[in-house]
Design a protein around this ligand. Structure first.
Ligand code: IMP
Length: 429
């Protein structure tokens, strides 16, 4: 199985960055298929840290091709900033980086509207990243979006921008009492961005299909996680794309048969940023300690992440909707000092025991998690490289997780460094 999708199985921030970085070595191509610069992950190489938002972290590996597919929404200001940040750290951008000509662009008004729409929800706000992700996907679905290819044709870009600004400026000024955005300055700014990205733009679907025909190995990179999926997540507290593996097909223009294997990245506990129900969230005092231990602050917005126990109901749902073959368990070491560890095995709701993740948000919000409690292992696992050397209680914890979620573990991460990894199964062989 040489083509592998790597996806998040919780609410994002599972540590996909490190796993993708590790597996990139085995791939010829790393292709991102959804989301935008709402994503953020940090990759540590030796003592140096690299923060990524839009560009696949595979770019750190010389000789690999990194692709941004049509399913991704692109904020060009942010993308160009990321390119220059990475170039500044010695990363090369030549023919190793490609952008889909049919990907949609996040425009300045998308960011303003995302923030004001979320603010105006008051207590019902979603806590979006404010990056204009939802508003860009709205325009894509409304069939008024501006795509990369449109930007490269000045006449088309002018026309489309004009049509969009008529509506957006009306909304900004008349509905939200905000200042209008300026057509001329957007035109000038974006035409300049167009010139800067022109050489990277291509028909990514065609490129990828040809590469697959030649037997190249592809790593499909998911952003966010299954519980943030617009269809299968905790709607409406979700993002506006489908982070699940199936979206790699529509987000890159390849047939679903090309995704041969799916790896789910799962944290050894649970975290969530932004609003929305979280059944296994810790009490605030305990949460603060875990947040410090796990350095649980968002890579994109710096917001503190909410933390909680491992939720097997939620991960089993993610295993199913992704068709996961195996799991990469991350941050096991963060639990090292705990006396007891708990796993949520069901939800009690209105007198019933729910064993599968409910679609009704009210049920997720009001349910009582049912826990199994296990002894903690109270040993440092961060230097362990061999599964057999893990403390017995840590192995029992992992074993119980695999039984409950119906997926085997293929990788275990015990720290941020590339080497702090225990490999149980060789992927992308
Ligand atoms: P949006 O994607 O900016 O619209 O935000 C919608 C929800 O998804 C918010 O709760 C965000 O905090 C969350 N979210 C979006 N991207 C990520 C991510 O990469 N990691 C974790 N949460 C995310």
């Amino acid at each position: 199985m040489s083509n592998l999708a790597v996806v998040g199985t919780q609410w994002g921030d599972e540590g996909k960055g490190k796993i993708i970085d590790l597996l990139s070595e085995k791939a010829d191509i790393i292709a991102r298929y959804q989301g935008g610069n709402n994503a953020g992950h940090t990759v540590r190489v030796e003592d140096e840290e690299f923060v990524f938002h839009l560009i696949p972290s595979g770019i750190l590996h010389p000789g690999k091709k990194c692709l941004i597919g049509n399913g991704v929404v692109i904020d060009l200001k942010s993308l160009l900033g990321e390119i220059s940040y990475l170039k500044g750290k010695g990363v090369e951008f030549k023919d190793n980086f490609l952008i889909a000509e049919n990907a949609h662009l996040t425009m300045p008004y998308h960011k303003i509207l995302d923030k004001i729409i979320d603010e105006s929800r008051g207590k019902g706000k979603l806590g979006t990243t404010g990056r204009g992700i939802g508003t860009t996907y709205i325009d894509k679905s409304a069939r008024v979006g501006i795509r990369v290819a449109d930007l490269l044709d000045e006449e088309t870009f002018r026309e489309k921008l004009e049509i969009n600004l008529e509506e957006k400026n009306y909304l900004l000024e008349k509905f939200y009492n905000l200042e209008k955005v300026n057509r001329e300055s957007i035109l000038e700014e974006y035409l300049s961005y167009g010139r800067q990205i022109e050489n990277y733009v291509c028909n990514v679907s065609l490129y990828l299909n040809r590469a697959l025909d030649e037997g190249k190995k592809v790593l499909f990179e998911g952003a966010q996680g299954a519980l943030l999926d617009i269809d299968f997540g905790t709607y409406p507290y979700v993002t506006s794309s489908n982070p699940i593996a199936g979206a790699a097909s529509t987000g890159l223009g390849i047939g679903p048969t090309k995704i041969e294997e799916v790896l789910g990245v799962v944290k050894a506990y649970t975290t969530r940023v932004g609003e929305g129900p979280f059944p296994t969230q810790f009490s605030s005092e305990f949460e603060e300690g875990m947040r410090m231990r796990g350095r649980e602050y968002g890579a994109t917005t710096g917001r503190p992440r909410r933390c909680g126990w491992f939720d097997a109901v939620l991960v089993r749902h993610a295993v199913r909707v992704n068709g996961l073959d195996s799991l990469a368990v991350t941050k096991l070491d963060v639990l090292d000092e705990l006396e007891k560890v708990k796993i949520c095995v069901g939800y009690r709701y209105e007198g019933e025991l729910l064993e599968e993740f409910p679609s009704l948000l009210k049920a997720v919000r009001n349910c009582q998690p049912v826990y199994e409690e296990m002894e903690g292992w109270k040993e440092d696992t961060s230097q362990i490289r061999d599964y057999d050397k893990l403390p017995l209680k840590a192995k029992e914890y992992l074993q119980r997780i695999t039984e409950l979620v119906h997926a085997d573990v293929s990788l275990i991460s015990v720290g941020p460094g590339r080497k702090q990894t225990i490999v149980l199964k060789n992927l992308m062989q």
